[in-house]
Design a protein around this ligand. Structure first.
Ligand code: FAD
Ligand code: SIN
Length: 529
């Protein structure tokens, strides 16, 4: 079956919805999500959104903090654009109905997180993302120019490759004509032709065993672009959040926001002793890469499975008013954070790399934009500053929308696209083949490509992954297409790119820490790998 839409958006998180709302001022838009519209990382964001709002904060200070956290790999021009547009974009979010907490004097109650030199994080208690998700989704749902299709899975973007033409990663001639999507009602693959496609497919957390990410974070958009021979960079920079709640019974690790440390909570070792000062003078509020590595080291030294976060000395009113959800969640497993230490452990949290985009969110593939966690704008460099990702999504979705509206009237549909070729797909694969391979992949990535890496571990991971890759491609070719096999294939693709780009980086930098390169070397140009 064939559908046509001027603009196709894949993803209903902050990046997809904010782009759709902007282009819908002039054009009709179709948005797809592979799950329910609110099953996104956006819904889980806790700490808040960083933006320069008041004195004594300045754009220059936020720019300097972002550059420092990024270990000098961030693109200075992109950092400047993002930060200088932060105030406007946050005001627009407020105009869409998002409610941020205010203090007694009526000003926004700004909080702080690791690596920030000022209080500049706007929040809605400890559930900022849910507030943003709900307001954007409700606004989009009511919009006459927006249609939202839930549980539709984007399988591949359509390019010249599907017209039988050869395309090369670096020749810059690739074009996107839409996407092949899985219709959950017919269980068939359908073709959507679009003049413009926006990928807003989120993160990659489920390539690892322990992650704070929702189940949708399987790197689909990044994998699709890589297969289509678009440019993907910086994938070696996987951010592990230092403080996920240690609870082996939970499939998705529950986050304990960094804002709690911003308000004064302290990390302690298994004996209750403060340890972060040994690693960094900023103590428990050092940037995430440093804190996660320090915790990893403390756990290796002690042989314990976690360290502790101590919030017992904070005012009870602060805990109950600012962190009510975290308080309630901890209490459910018997931890009263007013009296007890909270057991915490690092978990895979955020992909700093992704689909390479320019100042307007355009990828290396013509008529294909990317925004949000799946994109690599150049903002985060080797390590993202906390609460800069919601901001980045807003800024580049806005810019992509402006660019889209400027050019869409000159574009036309490509009409020669063949329907999805389902020939030879006879096998209805057993789920165990998929779930087992996924577990193997997650173990390989967690054990060999985690917070601390080495050349030997990376090579071992690469060799193991090759076997999983071959088996899965073979299974995919013979199978009836399902979202599950597509996700597995995408996760393996993501694992492969992370390992490959980690092997290419011959230094330790930011989140990529390789014990074979203990000193920082090679500060040359790092625009693409
Ligand atoms: P998402 O919000 O994840 O949305 C992705 C969308 O793409 C979903 O609708 C999904 O269904 C869809 N999709 C994916 N693949 C397909 C496919 N194949 N077909 C169809 N649809 C598809 N950042 C901050 O700045 N501040 C914070 O306080 C903060 N806290 C966080 C807390 C947690 C627990 C987590 C996990 C992240 C946090 N982050 C935070 C990071 C931030 O939330 C995410 O980076 C951001 O929300 C990503 O938004 P997005 O729109 O790119 O992706
Ligand atoms: C947190 O609240 O600690 C997460 C913030 C982020 O990932 O930016």
């Amino acid at each position: 079956m064939l559908h046509k839409t001027d603009i196709l958006v894949i993803g209903t998180g902050i990046a997809g919805l904010s782009y759709a709302l902007k282009v819908a001022e002039k054009k009709k838009v179709v948005i797809l999500t592979k799950a329910e519209a609110e099953d996104t990382s956006t819904s889980l964001a806790q700490g808040g959104i960083a933006a320069v709002m008041y004195n004594p904060d300045t754009y220059d200070k936020h720019i300097a903090d972002t550059m420092k956290a990024g270990d000098d790999l961030s693109d200075p021009e992109i950092v400047k654009i993002t930060i200088e547009e932060s105030t406007e974009r946050v005001k627009e979010l407020i105009a869409w109905g998002v409610d941020f907490d205010k203090n007694a004097s009526g000003k926004y109650d700004l909080t702080k997180e690791g690596g920030h030199s000022e209080f500049r994080v706007l929040h809605h208690k400890d559930a900022t993302g849910l507030e943003i998700q709900e307001k954007l989704y409700q606004t989009a749902k009511r919009h006459p120019n927006i249609s939202i299709l839930e549980n539709y899975f984007a399988i591949e973007i359509i390019t010249q490759h599907h017209l039988g033409q050869e395309v090369k990663r670096k020749n810059g001639n690739i074009e996107c004509y839409g996407a092949y999507i899985y219709n959950p009602n017919t269980k068939k693959v359908e073709t959507v032709l679009s003049k413009i496609t926006m990928l807003a497919t989120g993160g990659i957390g489920h390539v690892y065993s322990n992650t704070t990410n929702p189940v949708i974070s399987t790197g689909d958009g990044i994998a699709m672009v890589y297969r289509a021979k678009g440019l993907v960079r910086g994938m070696e920079f996987v951010q592990f959040h230092p403080t996920a709640l240690y609870n082996p019974n939970e499939k998705i690790s529950f986050l304990i926001t960094e804002a709690l440390r911003g308000e004064g909570a302290i990390l302690r070792d298994y004996k209750g002793k403060e340890f972060m000062q040994k690693y960094d003078q900023r103590g428990s509020l050092a940037p995430r890469d440093i804190v996660a590595r320090a915790i990893d080291n403390e756990m290796k030294l002690s042989g314990e499975d976690h360290v502790y976060l101590d919030a017992r000395h904070l005012k009870q009113s602060l805990i109950l008013n600012h962190f009510p959800n975290i308080y309630a969640h901890c209490l459910k497993i018997g931890v009263d954070m007013k009296k007890d230490l909270i057991p915490v452990v690092p978990a895979a949290h955020y992909s700093c790399g992704g689909i390479q985009t320019d100042h307007w969110g355009m990828t290396s593939i013509k008529n294909l934009y990317a925004s949000g966690e799946c994109a690599s704008t150049g903002l985060h460099g080797a390590n993202r500053l906390a609460s800069n990702s919601l901001l980045e999504s807003l800024v580049f979705s806005y810019r992509a929308a402006v660019d889209t509206l400027n050019k869409i009237d000159e574009l036309s549909f490509e009409t020669d696209i063949p329907l999805w070729d389902a020939e030879g797909t006879v096998l209805n694969e057993e789920m165990v083949l998929i779930t087992q391979t996924k577990k193997e992949l997650q173990n390989i990535m967690s054990n060999y490509v985690g917070i601390v890496r080495s050349n030997l571990r990376l090579q071992r991971a690469f060799d193991r992954l090759e076997i999983l890759y071959r088996e899965t491609e073979d299974l995919y070719i013979k199978s009836i297409v399902t979202p599950e096999i597509c996700e597995l294939r995408n996760l393996i693709q993501i694992g492969y790119i992370i390992i490959k780009q980690a092997m290419e980086r011959k230094e330790s930098r930011g989140l990529h820490y390789n014990i074979d390169y203990p000193k920082l070397i090679n500060y040359g140009s790092d625009k693409e790998s």
